[in-house]
Design a protein around this ligand. Structure first.
Ligand SMILES: O=C(O)[C@@H](CO)OP(=O)(O)O
Ligand SMILES: [Mg+2]
Length: 401
């Protein structure tokens, strides 16, 4: 094994035009890994702390980098991540920033893969991974915190569950995205794009359901395999003073549960993320009991990739799926722990991008390494296609990472 020789940190641009942290890790044997932190807009209350990138870099240089350089073996991911945690000294990375931590953690993993001469997914998941692929959930129409004056529900996601290959699935999602534009055009609804490249038309959620339903079935007919759809309601963003606020109406918690359960059946939804507020374990449990046998009820802001919050959820049968965002918790080791706990307890892990992204492709490798059934990483746009195209390369065994 080879030790980390140097860690370099810098500010780079993310897809929203904000600064984010990029890390380079070099090993004593000449291995190299580079990774960048993504950034959320609809962030959960319990996420690890993202600092201003300049501050995060300065603090990581002072506290973490000296402990890593010359000391830690790059292939020992647990040691890399434990060192980051002890350098930080808090339980939420508020000292060095989860943005510095996750960039270093992922860059170290890539440097270790480089030393091995193996693709990242193989270093992370072992020699027997790489034959099964996640179904990509592609954001087609959206609003919420990701676009002004658009749908209340944050994301309407195409799910090509019947695709014979990841390549077919990726192209199907892009086709649904295009078909949705055609349908909006026929309806004379102008539309720009939101933060993740989804259409952000000024329509209500009912109309978005109609557009999605039509787009998905048209493309399913064209492609000849089953395509369904799902949602990220981002319930915490709608919830205020005990009610869920939509464009022209509000819903109580009971009404929200009934509303979502009805949508699952009406549209045969394959996936519903954050249907309720991030503190409402009871509501999640009630909805999971009602429809969890036929759809995924996924906790994003509810679980924040955190094993303790997931354990609470498991105890209460809240949800049957967890969204995995490495920057929500700060290290790859923590994300792996959350995935393992989820799988042991029958929860499906869904690996996810953030609304603010870079061209970093780590999550594509993480999904293959952990045999995750789904990955959520958009459907079009350079920072989204970076991950989707990497999945296609991994499928063809030509990933260079
Ligand atoms: O809510 C989400 O799931 C994400 C990604 O789609 O959005 P953000 O990164 O803004 O939290
Ligand atoms: Mg979400």
């Amino acid at each position: 094994m080879t030790r980390i020789e140097s860690v370099r940190l810098r500010r780079i641009l993310d897809s929203r035009g904000n600064a984010t942290v990029e890390a380079d890790v070099l090993t004593e044997s000449g291995g190299f890994g580079r990774a960048a932190a993504p950034s959320g807009a609809s962030t959960g209350e319990y996420e690890a702390i993202e600092l201003d990138p300049g501050e995060a870099i300065a603090s990581a240089r002072e506290h973490a980098v000296p402990r890593l350089e010359g000391n830690v073996y790059v292939g020992d991911q647990r040691d890399v991540d434990t060192t980051l945690r002890s350098a930080d000294g808090t339980d939420n990375f508020s000292e060095i920033g989860a943005n510095s931590a996750v960039a270093i953690s992922m860059a170290a993993a890539k440097a270790a893969a480089d030393v091995l001469g193996a693709p990242l997914y193989q270093h992370l998941g072992g020699a027997f991974r790489g034959d099964t692929f996640p179904v990509p959930l592609g954001n087609v129409i959206g609003g919420g915190e990701h676009a002004a004056d658009a749908t209340a529900i944050q994301e309407f996601l195409a799910a090509p569950v019947g695709a014979p290959s990841v390549q077919d699935a990726v192209f199907a999602n892009a086709a649904v995205h295009q078909e949705a534009a055609n349908i909006l055009d026929e309806r004379d609804v102008p539309s720009a794009k939101g933060d993740e490249g989804a259409w952000a038309p000024s329509i209500d959620d009912d109309e978005a359901f109609e557009v999605m339903d039509e787009a998905v079935s048209t493309v399913a007919d064209d492609f000849g395999f089953d395509i369904r759809f799902g949602l990220d309601v981002a319930g915490a963003e709608l919830y205020e003073d005990g009610e869920y606020h939509y464009r022209d109406q509000t819903r109580s918690t009971d009404e929200q549960i009934e509303y979502v359960a009805d949508l699952v059946d009406e549209y045969d939804l394959v996936y519903v993320e954050d249907p309720l507020d991030e503190n409402d374990y009871d509501g999640f449990a009630e909805l999971t009991d009602a429809v969890g046998d036929r759809t995924l009820i996924c906790g994003d802001d509810l679980f924040v990739t955190n094993v303790e919050r997931l354990s609470d959820g498991i105890e209460q049968d809240a949800g049957n799926s967890i969204l995995i965002k490495p920057n929500q918790i700060g290290t790859l080791s923590d994300a792996f722990d959350a995935i393992e706990l989820a799988v042991e307890n029958g929860y499906d892990p869904v690996i996810s991008h953030r609304s603010g992204e870079t061209e970093d492709t780590t999550i594509a490798h993480l999904a293959v390494a952990t045999d995750a059934p789904f990955i959520k990483t958009g459907s079009v746009g350079g920072e989204r296609t970076a991950k989707l195209n990497e999945l296609i390369r991994i499928e063809q065994n030509v990933s260079r990472l």
